[in-house]
Design a protein around this ligand. Structure first.
Ligand SMILES: CC(C)(COP(=O)(O)OP(=O)(O)OC[C@H]1O[C@@H](n2cnc3c(N)ncnc32)[C@H](O)[C@@H]1OP(=O)(O)O)[C@@H](O)C(=O)NCCC(=O)NCCS
Length: 182
């Protein structure tokens, strides 16, 4: 089973103890500000089940992230094959969601760098993308810190949201293996 270790973080398969803190972060309006809705406990639990089996199948996915020193679960980071019916499919995305208490420490960027190294190393991918709402600057800053670039021509509307919804417009960032190596 894949586990990634960074200076401060363990990036790993999900475990039983993660369900409760994951549900708490998915019910936090600050964490979910750029998503259409909070997640109920049932939906949050189902999300972990889905992420676990995806990691089992592909060897990568949105991994659980914990702080090595304390063992505290702080959220997820990793690679995923998006199900969204958007213009850029197929491909692999990199993404992250951390509990609010963990923000402002560089943890998302640290875990994202390890995930990119996995993408361009063991997973053998040639490019990775990331997307978020135009409003989500904290997430875009992570994309920029890990060397991803943005071309406005790639931006798109989330097809699941009604026209005019404030979270409908999305930015798409990309990075290729060559850019990552440079
Ligand atoms: C997106 C998200 C993960 C970004 O978290 P974050 O804490 O801002 O990002 P990082 O972990 O990379 O931390 C960077 C910040 O930590 C600061 N920092 C403090 N100590 C640091 C250290 N030792 N190393 C690096 N950065 C450090 C940086 O200066 C930076 O702050 P700034 O953005 O104000 O300049 C977080 O906002 C989140 O979970 N949001 C909700 C979920 C979400 O929207 N996910 C994305 C959906 S697409």
């Amino acid at each position: 089973m894949t586990e990634l270790t960074t200076q401060r973080l363990l990036i790993r398969q999900w475990k039983a103890d993660d369900y409760e803190p994951f549900a708490a972060m998915n019910a936090d309006p600050a964490v979910m500000e750029h998503f259409p809705a909070l997640l109920s406990r049932v939906d949050s639990d189902r999300t972990i089940d889905r992420l676990r089996s995806s990691i089992d199948q592909r060897g990568f996915g949105f991994w659980a992230v914990e702080i090595r020193e304390t063992g505290r679960f702080i959220g997820f980071t990793g690679l995923s094959v998006p199900s969204l019916d958007a213009p850029f499919r197929p491909g692999v995305e990199i993404g992250w969601r951390l509990a609010k208490e963990a923000w402002g420490n560089g943890y998302a960027t640290e875990a994202a760098r390890a995930s990119l190294a996995y993408a361009f190393g063991p997973a053998g991918l040639d490019d990775v993308m990331s997307f978020t709402t135009t409003t989500n600057r904290p997430s875009q800053r992570v994309m920029e810190r890990i060397g991803m670039t943005h071309d406005e021509a790639d931006d798109f509307d989330d097809p699941r949201l009604p026209s005019g919804h404030p979270l409908q417009r999305h930015v798409l960032y990309r990075i290729t293996r060559a850019q990552w190596q440079a």
